[in-house]
Each structure stands twice: as structure tokens, then as C-alpha cells.
Design a protein around this ligand. Structure first.
Ligand SMILES: NC(=O)c1ccc[n+]([C@@H]2O[C@H](COP(=O)([O-])OP(=O)(O)OC[C@H]3O[C@@H](n4cnc5c(N)ncnc54)[C@H](O)[C@@H]3O)[C@@H](O)[C@H]2O)c1
Ligand SMILES: O=C(O)C(=O)C[C@]1(C(=O)O)C=C[C@H](O)C=C1
Length: 724
């Protein structure tokens, strides 16, 4: 039974009826609506709030304006059966719970409040739309006494008509909706009314176009409904209105003072926040649900790689460069930035702390730095969503700011123990408050240590990034103990922003000071460049020129090894920065087998999947020692490849931590990369010269993370196709 057969009640009824899910009764104080409901097929029968109807209902949905609900509940109370699921669709929830408690003396276990976050500015049953709730959120706000079976039933009911359902606390609901829905309606109504009553109202409406129409659509909504909402959600609406009024006053001041920088800051932040919001909305309401495991990539044998390529920028260096630019004094221009979802999270967090970041193109940004400790305390907790790299780059930066800050994330980043990163923050002198020890969410109270001493021995690549970022905030310098190796890409990048870095045999020292802005082109992603070089080495007739490499010792060791086993590579020169920079040319050549010591296997661990593929095509038996000593995620990749080799008839086995691969021509076949993009690239390389087609399952992440690479490889001549 629907009580209040207007736009929302009618849409709910129509959605159920069209799916053949219910026999529908409705009650409305306007009989005309009921008659229209029956004649348009939205409901089956008109009804009344009497025992005859109420006692036999499975579900009763209150869909009147919120302030009418107390009297409807009072009419229902005498006849309400315990098994009946009683719910509502009202826009406020605290007032509805209050109404129920005042009528029943307590919150009945079978009354589960709800609220669909979908609607329109129209009212009445004729505006009913059976698709209204599809791919929209529906919020359910159970209370402590709610019957869990009925809560589950309500979730299923909303899901059955296409909604995504979440449960939420009543008070939280009213605060969130006060900002996301109630305040915008108040602004739209007030703006139209103010302009309509101004001296120039005739001209204002005559010359108003898209902007005015877009902003004020919701001022056509039902006045009774909205009067009720503001009467019912007074406190939360006043709180958000006060915050907004203060921001509006700041904006007035900026206009009065001709303060273009403040305006520009607000506008760029707002634009990017809205773009981000639209992308989220698009995923939820428009894009079909992606089946992440069903995307496969097939590669056909006998392609050739020919041409010149400038590869997409490295992800982790993109995060670091944007953050460094934000922390420096002045304006930096960054090019060849990898603007993937993770990098966007870092950008959004910095914008939330007052940094103006302009997007100039798909891969270039202009960043207006605010100084090393110049970030502004964010209004809400910083949300790292699902970005591991944002977490590793930003946590130390936040610990170095002069304000307390809360940091949260989405699954799967939430509640994962990260002792290593939080120990680093403790070494900075930061105080940390957790809900669960060493897991996000965390509240960080700023660091006080003037020095930092930290060991990078055995640290993951991401923790190394964190340690370098932490080092920036040690006023009297930072000392990072590390294994002997040449200069890394991070150090070179830091130096571009004025950081003084000195490297001895076993330590890297950072001297603190203000950072200076810089124009930086992000060098190519190491794995992509190694992959491209391998493809060109494997495919007869290939000749590839890569123009934007900046190889550190590890990456150089990979290229050097390929060359040593027969690859035709014109190597890059060591530049003043200490990196091997500039152009690399790779041509086809047959490879021969190789051996890696435990130390070499460890040094090349990130690129090991590609080396395994090189070994699969090389003449003779290759040996790699120390596989069992690798961090588990690197070892897992190797194990997965060994399984894949079995499927394409390449002989590979691991014994006592030593991997042996007999080179031959792989057969081709169906492989599964288990969603790991690095494995997927290695498997693609394995397929390029095999006897038949190689199909790699579960490539969704590969296509998201390396979208440009895929296009570039195709342009250069690789024959591959994507299938859903
Ligand atoms: N309009 C939206 O976008 C939207 C979105 C989500 C939730 N809501 C909520 O849904 C509810 C209904 O909104 P709507 O947009 O469908 O309004 P509506 O005006 O289209 O429908 C409300 C209906 O309730 C009837 N009604 C009023 N008092 C009654 C009473 N005492 N007994 C029986 N019937 C009564 C009215 O005659 C009308 O037919 C409201 O609580 C509103 O807050 C609205
Ligand atoms: O789209 C509209 O017209 C709406 O106003 C829908 C809207 C909203 O503000 O988003 C209005 C009220 C709600 O309770 C839920 C949804």
C-alpha cells in the first residue's frame, strides 16, 4: 500500500507493477490522484486507512510530505500487523523517527525509514516514472530496535526496482542531505524569488538563459514538500547554511578587493570537484556495471614494432612531481603527467588544501605552489579513495603541515594494517590516533622532530617514496639508510625542485629548505619502456626509437642485460643528473640464455616478468637464483608466469628458489593475468611471436592503467584486440 500517491509514491508503485512484483493499493487525501492512478495502471485498487486494508498489507510505504506522516501513522497504528514492513520515502529522517516515536511511544521494530535519492521538480501521480530509481541510491536508516529481517527485505525491495541501497545513521542522513539537497533547493527558491521581486525583474527573466535555467530548475519543485523539509530538518540546514553564508561573504570580499587569485582558487577547485562528482555519477547512474573479469586481450603472432615513441609518464613520479610543485614557492608547469584515477586523487586532496592546479591538457598541469608548510587545513577529512600512491606520497606531507588532519579512504585501502608507513610518520614525530591500530582512518597531529633517520633496507618502492617525502620536513636534515645503488629517479626529481640530495655508499641525505617551482617533463614509466624494448627485441623486422627515457640503475641494468644476451640496443648516455637519459633504439635480434645471481634477481625484481619472457624466447636454458628471497608479491608474479609457461608449452620450473626456463617458441593459448597489469604485459609479450593466438583474460586493470600504452603499441604495429 502506498500512502500519498504523488510523484514518488506513484513512481515506486509503477516500478513494482511493471516488474510484476506486487499487487498495489493506494491511499491519498485527493481522490482524483487515486482515480488517475487506477486509470493509468500505476496501482490496482484505491484503498483507505482502515482495518480492512491495513491489516492485510505486506508492505506499507508512506509517500506524503514529511509533516503529514505523524497523522498518517496515527491512523495506521491501531491496525498495523507485526509482519507488515512499514517504511517511508521522506526527504528527512529524524523528523519521521520522531513522529513514529510520538505516535507509538517507541520506534516499532517493523518501521524501517528510507529515502530514495532520486526525484524531479514535478509532483502528482501523472509524473510517475517507473525508471526513476534505477541506478540511483536509496538510503535506508534503521534504528537499534529495527527488525533485521525487515531491513533486509527493504533493501531487496529497493534493489528489485534498480536502486543501489545503503544503510545509514538517521542523524548522518539529515546532515548529508541538508548539504546535498536541502541547501541547493533553498538557494534556488531564494534566488528566483529575490530576482522576481527586483526592480529589473522583467529584464532579468527576459535575458536569462541556460545558466539561470540550470541553476533554478529545482525552484519549480512542490512548495508543500519543501516547506515541510525545512521545518523538519531545521538544525542541520542552519549549520550548512551558516557555512555557506561565510563562504559567500569571502567571495563578496574577494570581488570587492579585486582578489582574482582567491576567485581563481575557488573556481578551479569547484570545477574539478564537480567534474569528479560527475564522473562518479556517470559510473553509478549511466555506465553499465562493468564485469571486471570478462575483458580479455588477444595478441596475434608475427607483428612488427616500428617507429618512434614518447612513452606516457611514470605514475609514481607524477604523484611526486605534483606534490612537490604544490609544496614549492611559485608556479610549476608539469608535462607528460600520467593523469590516472590515483593521480586525480592526489590532485583533489591538494586542491582541498588550497592549492590551485589547472589542467592544461590530458597530460599537462600548471600548479600554483603554496610553500612547504603552506597547505590549508581541509574542511573535511582527506579522502584517499583507493589510491595507494596518494597514500604513500601524501601521508608524510600531511604530517609535516602545521595543522591536525584526518585521513580516510575507501575499501580496500581502509582497515589494512600499514605499520611501515605509520612507523615512518612516528619517526617524523607525528602523533597518530586510529580507530584500529595502524589502519586508516587516522587523525594526524603534526610532526615535531627536526631530524629524520630512517632505514630503507628491504623497503617497498612505495615506502621509499614516503621516506623521501618525509625527509623534506626534517628541518635539520634527513638521513635515509639504503643499499648501495646509483641515483634514483625520485632523487633527480626532488633536485629539480631545489632539494639538496647527497648520496654516499649506504645513505641518502636530504637537506631541508624551501622548495622552488620548476617546469618538469615526467620521464617514461620504467615498466612500459622495458616492455616496449622487449617487444622490439623479440619481433623480426622491428626497429623502435624511444625518446623520453630517464633510466635509473635498475632500469639500465635491464637494458644492459638484454644487450648482453644479444639484443640490438643503442643505449642511452649517463646525463648530468646521474640518470641514463635521452633516446634508445632497439632492433630485433635473437636472444641467448642468461643467468642471474641472487643479487641480480633482487635488483631486477620489478622487471622480472619481462625477463622471464625474454628467457622463454632465448636460445638455451636461463637460470634465475633467489626467487624464494623476493617479497611475496614479486615471487607470486613469477609463480603465475611459470604456470602460464606450462600452458603455452615453454618448459619452466622452480627448484630450491632457482627458476630455470628453457627457451623455445611458445605455443599460444589462453592465459589469465588475475587482474595484474604487469603480468598482463608480460603475457602479451609472450604471445607476440608464439605459434598461435594468445588470449589473456582479466585485463580490465591493464586497459585502465595503460590505456595509452595499448594505443601506442597498436600504432607501432602490434596486432592485438580487446573483447568483452
Ligand atoms: N520530489 C522529490 O524529488 C522527492 C525525492 C525523494 C523523496 N521525496 C519525498 O517523497 C515524499 C512525496 O513527495 P512527492 O514529490 O511525491 O510529492 P507529491 O506532491 O507528488 O505527492 C505527495 C502526495 O501525498 C498526498 N498527501 C498529502 N498529505 C496526505 C495525507 N495526510 N494523507 C494522504 N495523502 C496525502 C498528496 O495529495 C500527494 O498526492 C515527500 O516526503 C518528499 O520529501 C521527494
Ligand atoms: O532531481 C530533483 O529534482 C531533486 O530535487 C531530487 C532530490 C535532490 O535534491 O536530489 C530532491 C529531494 C530528495 O529528497 C531527493 C532527491
Amino acid at each position: 500500500m502506498i500512502v500519498g500517491l504523488g510523484m514518488i509514491g506513484g513512481s515506486f508503485a509503477k516500478a513494482l507493477k511493471e516488474r510484476g512484483l506486487a499487487e498495489l493499493y493506494a491511499v491519498d487525501r485527493r481522490e482524483g490522484e487515486l482515480a488517475l492512478g487506477v486509470s493509468t495502471g500505476v496501482i490496482d485498487y484505491p484503498a483507505e486507512l482502515s482495518e480492512q486494508y491495513i491489516a492485510q498489507m505486506d508492505v506499507i510505504v508512506l509517500a506524503t510530505p514529511v509533516r503529514a506522516m505523524a497523522s498518517v501513522l496515527a491512523d495506521i497504528k491501531p491496525y498495523l500487523a507485526e509482519h507488515t514492513l512499514l517504511t517511508d520515502v521522506g526527504s528527512t529522517k529524524g523528523s519521521v523517527v520522531e513522529a513514529a516515536v510520538s505516535v507509538f511511544g517507541h520506534m516499532p521494530a517493523n518501521f524501517i525509514p528510507g529515502h530514495p535519492i532520486a526525484g524531479a521538480e514535478k509532483s502528482g501521480v501523472l509524473a510517475a516514472n517507473s525508471q526513476l530509481f534505477e541506478k540511483h541510491m536509496a538510503i535506508v536508516t534503521p534504528v537499534a530496535d529495527s527488525d533485521p529481517v525487515l531491513v533486509d527485505r527493504l533493501h531487496r525491495l529497493w534493489r528489485a526496482i534498480g536502486a543501489d541501497v545503503v544503510s545509514m545513521d538517521v542523524e548522518h542522513h539529515d546532515h548529508v542531505l541538508a548539504s546535498s539537497s536541502h541547501l541547493p533547493h533553498l538557494l534556488a527558491y531564494t534566488l528566483v524569488d529575490a530576482l522576481a521581486n527586483s526592480d529589473r525583474s522583467q529584464d532579468v527573466f527576459k535575458f536569462a538563459a541556460g545558466g539561470f535555467r540550470d541553476f533554478t530548475r529545482i525552484a519549480s519543485s512542490d512548495p508543500v514538500m519543501w516547506r515541510d523539509v525545512f521545518l523538519a530538518n531545521k538544525e542541520a540546514t542552519l549549520a550548512t547554511l551558516d557555512q555557506f553564508t561565510a563562504r559567500l561573504a569571502d567571495m563578496r570580499e574577494a570581488i570587492e578587493q579585486g582578489d582574482g587569485a582567491s576567485m581563481f582558487g575557488v573556481f578551479t577547485r569547484a570545477k574539478s570537484a564537480r567534474d569528479h562528482f560527475l564522473r562518479l555519477l556517470e559510473q553509478r547512474t549511466i555506465a553499465p556495471q562493468k564485469d571486471t573479469s570478462s575483458v580479455s586481450v588477444s595478441v596475434l603472432p608475427a607483428s612488427v614494432i616500428k617507429g618512434e615513441v614518447s612513452l606516457p609518464g611514470d605514475k609514481s613520479l607524477s604523484h611526486i612531481a605534483i606534490t612537490m610543485a604544490a609544496l614549492s614557492k611559485g608556479v610549476s608547469q608539469l608535462t607528460n603527467v600520467c593523469l590516472d584515477n590515483g593521480v586525480r586523487v592526489t590532485i583533489q586532496a591538494l586542491r582541498d588544501m588550497g592549492v590551485v592546479i589547472e589542467t592544461l591538457s590530458d597530460s599537462s598541469l600548471r600548479v600554483h605552489g603554496v610553500g612547504l608548510r603552506g597547505l590549508r587545513a581541509p574542511i573535511a577529512p582527506i579522502n584517499l579513495h583507493q589510491s595507494e600512491l596518494s597514500l604513500h606520497v601524501l601521508l608524510p606531507v600531511l604530517a609535516g603541515q602545521p595543522f591536525q588532519v584526518s585521513v580516510t579512504a575507501d575499501d580496500p585501502l581502509l582497515n589494512r594494517v600499514r605499520k611501515d608507513v605509520f612507523d615512518l610518520l612516528r619517526s617524523m614525530g607525528a602523533e597518530l590516533a586510529f580507530e584500529r591500530e595502524d589502519c586508516l582512518p587516522v587523525k594526524i597531529t603534526p610532526a615535531v622532530s627536526k631530524t629524520l633517520s630512517f632505514s630503507l633496507d628491504g623497503a617497498s618502492q612505495k615506502l621509499i617514496v614516503s621516506a623521501f617525502m618525509a625527509g623534506l620536513f626534517a628541518e635539520q636534515g634527513a638521513s635515509l639508510a639504503c643499499a648501495p645503488q646509483g641515483v634514483t629517479q625520485i632523487e633527480v626529481l626532488l633536485q629539480r625542485f631545489g632539494v639538496h640530495v647527497t648520496r654516499s655508499e649506504t645513505t641518502v641525505a636530504l637537506a631541508s629548505g624551501e622548495l622552488i617551482s620548476a617546469d618538469v617533463e615526467i620521464v617514461a614509466d620504467m615498466y612500459s619502456s622495458a616492455w616496449m624494448a622487449l617487444l622490439a627485441s623479440l619481433l623480426p623486422g622491428s626497429e623502435l626509437v624511444m625518446t623520453n627515457l630517464g633510466l635509473d640503475a635498475r632500469a639500465f641494468a635491464f637494458f644492459a642485460l638484454l644487450k648482453q644476451i644479444g639484443a640490438d640496443i643503442e643505449m642511452p648516455e649517463k646525463g648530468v643528473s646521474g640518470l641514463y637519459e635521452g633516446q634508445v633504439v632497439v632492433r630485433f635480434a635473437e636472444l641467448s640464455a642468461f643467468q642471474l645471481s641472487i643479487e641480480q634477481t633482487d635488483q631486477l625484481r620489478t622487471l622480472l616478468p619481462l625477463l622471464c619472457v625474454a628467457a622463454a624466447y632465448a636460445k638455451g636454458q636461463s637460470r634465475m637464483d633467489g626467487i624464494g628471497c623476493l617479497p611475496y608479491y614479486h615471487e607470486d608474479r613469477v609463480l603465475a608466469l611459470v604456470d602460464a609457461f606450462g600452458l603455452v608449452q615453454v618448459n619452466a620450473q622452480i627448484e630450491a628458489g632457482c627458476l630455470r626456463i628453457d627457451g623455445s617458441v611458445p605455443q599460444g593459448g589462453e592465459l589469465d593475468c588475475a587482474g595484474d597489469q604487469y603480468l598482463a604485459l608480460a603475457m602479451l609479450a609472450l604471445g607476440v611471436r608464439s605459434k598461435t593466438v594468445t588470449q589473456i583474460e582479466d585485463c580490465q586493470t591493464l586497459l585502465e592503467e595503460f590505456s595509452e600504452l595499448d594505443a601506442q603499441a597498436k600504432q607501432l604495429g602490434l596486432h592485438c584486440s580487446v573483447a568483452q
